[in-house]
Design a protein. Structure first.
Length: 206
């Protein structure tokens, strides 16, 4: 049995998000094909989702200086525990699927907050004399993205996702991009049908 981590990088649901529609199509097919696998959906838009802030950075600094975890404030402890929990959740997963819209040529800020939890020195990468080296092995990842224009995967969001996963060691990576959704309203259904077919086909062999 494998564990699939699905990251929902949009605050809205499927009826209002092309990216979430595609993610749900993927998950439905994946469940049918892999009924024994565990699927965990991560929602960065949950109200208690940790973001690197003053509590987290000051907590890190205190720990580096020798403080015990119990010496930290209640806020520092709860935020660091949530942050570390997301890192561990990622480390335990076998497969990753990330779905998001392209907003202002980049990923949504809350999705960036999730990426911060999986890019951790000493856990998912390390520094060496030759430079940083990824420590994540044996995982495969899929990036699903919906955008209004046409970028051919060269937008900052697609590049960021690709490079961040590669940075921590994931080389088994693929992407499915639904592009041009705002360019011509008459083509939206055609674009989504084509992309959904690609998503479903990928899910059957993921």
């Amino acid at each position: 049995m494998s564990t699939l981590l699905a990251v929902k990088g949009h605050p809205l649901e499927a009826e209002d998000s092309h990216a979430v529609q595609l993610l749900e199509s993927f998950l439905t097919t994946y469940k049918e094909t892999n009924p024994e696998d565990e699927i965990i959906v991560v929602n960065p838009y949950a109200t208690d989702f940790p973001e690197i802030d003053a509590d987290i950075t000051s907590g890190w600094h205190a720990l580096i200086k020798g403080a015990e975890f119990t010496d930290l404030s209640t806020n520092q402890q709860s935020k660091l525990a949530a942050f570390n929990g997301l890192t561990e959740q990622f480390e335990k997963a076998d497969k990753i699927v990330i779905a998001n819209p392209l907003w202002n040529l980049s990923i949504p800020s809350r999705l960036k907050a999730w990426f911060d939890t999986i890019c951790v020195s000493g856990k998912t990468f390390k520094y060496t004399a030759e430079g940083p080296v990824g420590l994540v092995t044996g995982k495969k990842a899929l990036h699903i993205q919906a955008s209004g224009g046409f970028y051919n995967g060269q937008d900052f969001a697609a590049q960021y996702t690709r490079q961040m996963l590669n940075f921590i060691g994931i080389t088994d990576f693929s992407e499915i991009l639904a592009e041009g959704l705002d360019f011509d309203p008459t083509k939206v259904e055609e674009i989504m049908d084509k992309t959904t077919s690609e998503v479903v086909a990928t899910a059957k062999n993921f």
